[in-house]
Design a protein around this ligand. Structure first.
Ligand code: NOJ
Ligand code: CA
Length: 693
């Protein structure tokens, strides 16, 4: 359903000389005001005020092309204004309907080199702007982008939650500092990240979230298509960020474009409080509507997998011993083990089973810049793909096919068609891909234009084949799942896996991710680890462990939104805690409504969601290293309905490090407006299911 409530339209053409222009556009509720002007030198600049207070001071806009400077000497050529208020249906999401409500100001500027369009959309939850690179008489031209100059000149020294400008990885621990103190040097020593490149310490990735006096903002982008990812250079003294595009191989240019060309949207989510950032749907709204006509095959699901056992070293991805080249006796993806996982997952109502290490090549996969490691088609001898696929489908728990590319992306492109054909022949329709390593073609970066086009090409081709995609190690998402809802989730941040084999994720990590990385789209974080300290899989001196309590792992199914949620631990670990596992069995993965009950970035967050098409609600509340208590009012429940509430709470002496698996489960009947107190341990959480009776 799409209902356009109001569309106002105004068109004017006039030429103003530099210095005279001052166009104002506000959000529908009037809280956000943007003023666009031209400097004396004819540079385009914009300012943003929130609730009558200046938030972003005069900031420049422009694009520098090879042989064409579109950054100054501009005159305004024309202006269009427009307003939209519509509601659209999501194939899946945090709510079933999304309101898209904004005022638009579209300007075209001209200098003696060419034309540049700038479009602003002002929503109640923020500002989006994009460039249109035009050419005279609508001609098609191939052009090279040398740099984009989009500034965000903030008025105060806000506190940022940021990751360094790594061109190859977004799996760093978040740093929390004022803008004046941003310095990525420390992150370079992060030994657990396989591939990283941080040439500039005074630069960050997006999304970056910034907290000021009575204002929270998040800078990111929407609809990243055919263009490199934008990172931001930091001016510590002036609290200013300036766009910086990740280059193509050879480093001398950033993008090749064909006119007329729309850049991705640059997004500034604005809210008084942290919860408002989570309610924002601006990034989704700035993406194109769904391009897949028939979407009934796209199914949110919970899945299990032969995965964590390799991360803990219980089994291996590879089949052969690398030295003797004989079977190593530890291979995880065997027929028997796969059937074991399918049986357990199927019995407990899961929708899929991921199997990693099923295909030949893993003996070599850490090989640096090695081209032909995987063909994505040849199973190891102890893995009978057709028989296992058939069995998994009979058990209503189809295999999810793993495509680790080892970043040899040219090989993946070459084998993609036969790999998808093989899946379809076996009735399978979901992949998990991965990009660990240095990119081939050599010289390209994970965040560069060539790779952005690759990630998108895989999603579009998968849509043709009716295949769902979960990508690991791609660029941070920018809301493209609105357009391609078969793009279910991605990793694109430091996942739970780091707790297995590195110093891990500090307890605050999961309280930062929803306000940063998840603003662009769902994350395959892989929650649900119950054996928190996994002592039986490591030697005595190894202190690695998951940095949460067991209950926090449950709460992550709600706070870490994804339509694809893994129950990442082993069946035998769940069998020891079937009472707590009940929450993972019950929790939904697709929603009609989501409500943020409280939120403070890096400290805590509590979210409750209503199951799509049902009257059941599920609540998740998590904290950092500090224990907390919350008084909740269940005003979101439906009048006149009785709900059976089951509370999965940290035990009295629970603590993420000292006593992580202590929990208490209690149950009672509740109704609308009932009050419930919850207690979270250090590094803890609370999960609640509310099933209508
Ligand atoms: C890194 C991914 O994040 C992880 O999930 C996967 O198991 C390994 N790569 C191997 O592909
Ligand atoms: Ca990863």
């Amino acid at each position: 359903m799409k209902s356009i409530v109001a569309v106002a339209f105004l068109f004017c053409t006039w030429i103003l000389s530099a210095g005279e222009l001052s166009e104002v556009v506000t959000s529908p509720n009037g809280n956000i005001k943007v003023v666009v002007s031209l400097s004396k030198k004819g540079k385009i600049q914009y300012e943003v005020a929130f609730k009558n207070k200046k938030l972003i001071g005069k900031s420049k806009l422009g694009v520098l092309l090879e042989n064409r400077d579109l950054t100054e000497g501009f005159l305004l050529e024309n202006i269009k204004r427009n307003s939209v208020d519509e509601v659209w249906d999501q194939v899946w999401g945090e709510e079933s309907k999304v309101r898209n409500h904004y005022n638009e100001l579209a300007l075209v500027f001209k200098n003696n080199k060419g034309q540049l369009g700038v479009i602003f959309r002002i929503f109640d939850d923020g500002v989006g702007f994009r460039y249109q690179i035009l050419s005279e008489n609508g001609k098609t031209e191939d052009l090279l982008v040398k740099e984009e100059i989009s500034e965000f000149d903030l008025e105060e020294d806000m506190v940022g939650f940021w990751q360094p400008s790594d061109w190859d990885s977004n799996e760093h621990v978040y740093e929390t500092t004022k803008i004046s103190k941003i310095d990525g040097f420390k992150s370079v020593r992060e030994g657990s990240i396989h591939t990283q490149f941080i040439p500039d310490f005074r630069a960050v990735q997006t999304p970056i979230v910034l907290v000021g006096k009575k204002v929270h903002i998040a800078l990111h982008e929407a609809a990243l298509v055919d263009y490199p990812a934008m990172h931001l250079k930091v001016d510590n003294e002036n609290f200013k960020f300036t766009s910086f595009l990740i280059p193509n191989a050879g480093l001398w240019q950033k993008a090749k474009i064909t006119t007329p060309f729309n850049t991705p949207w640059r997004t500034i989510i604005i809210s008084e409080d942290a919860a408002g950032l989570l309610r924002s749907r601006m990034i989704l709204n700035l993406n194109e509507p769904c391009k897949i006509k028939e979407t009934s095959w796209i199914k949110p699901m919970k899945y299990m997998g032969i995965w964590w056992e390799m991360h803990l070293g219980k089994s291996s991805w590879e089949y052969l011993d690398k030295n003797t080249m004989k079977p190593n006796g530890k291979h995880g993806a065997t027929n028997a083990n796969t059937r074991r996982y399918i049986d357990f997952a199927s019995k407990n109502g899961f929708g899929g089973v991921l199997v990693e290490g099923w295909n030949t090549g893993w003996e070599d996969w850490f090989g640096l810049w090695k081209e032909e490691i995987f063909d994505f088609q040849t199973p190891y001898p102890d893995y009978d793909l057709p028989a296992l696929a058939k069995y998994s489908i009979e058990k209503k728990c189809p295999l999810i096919v793993h495509h680790e590319t080892s970043a040899a992306v040219t090989a993946y492109e070459k084998y993609l068609t036969p790999a998808f054909d093989l899946m379809k022949k076996n009735g399978l329709n979901a992949i998990k891909s991965g990009y660990v390593g240095r990119i081939i073609p050599k010289g390209e970066w994970h965040d560069g234009q060539w790779m952005i086009n690759h990630y998108n090409r895989v999603i579009e081709k998968a849509a043709e084949y009716k295949i769902m995609v979960d990508a690991h190690e791609p660029v941070r998402p920018t809301g493209l799942h609105r357009t391609w809802p078969n793009f279910m989730a991605c990793e694109a941040a430091r996942g739970n896996e780091f707790n297995g084999w590195s110093s891990g994720n500090p307890p605050e990590h999961e309280t930062i991710l929803p306000f940063t990385r998840l603003l662009g789209g769902p994350m395959d974080y892989t929650p649900g680890i119950f054996n928190i300290q996994f002592k039986e899989y490591k030697d005595k001196n190894n202190t690695n462990q998951v940095h949460t309590t067991l209950c926090k792992q449950l709460a992550l199914y709600i706070t870490m939104y994804s339509p694809l949620q893994m129950a990442a631990d082993f069946p035998e670990h769940y069998e020891k805690h079937m009472d707590a596992f009940q929450f993972i069995k019950d929790v939904a993965v697709d929603w009609d409504e989501s409500k943020i009950l409280n939120a403070s970035i890096g400290n805590y967050v509590t979210i409750v969601r209503k199951e799509k098409g049902k009257e059941n609600w599920f609540l998740g509340s998590i904290t950092d290293e500090f224990p907390r208590e919350f008084d909740l009012t269940f005003d979101f429940l439906k009048e006149g309905v009785n709900y059976q509430m089951v509370v999965y709470a940290d035990g009295k002496n629970a603590h993420w490090k000292e006593n992580p698996t202590s929990y208490e489960i209690s149950s009672r009947s509740v109704k609308k407006n009932d009050k419930v107190k919850i207690k979270l341990a250090s590094g803890g959480g609370c999960a609640i299911s509310l099933i209508s009776k």
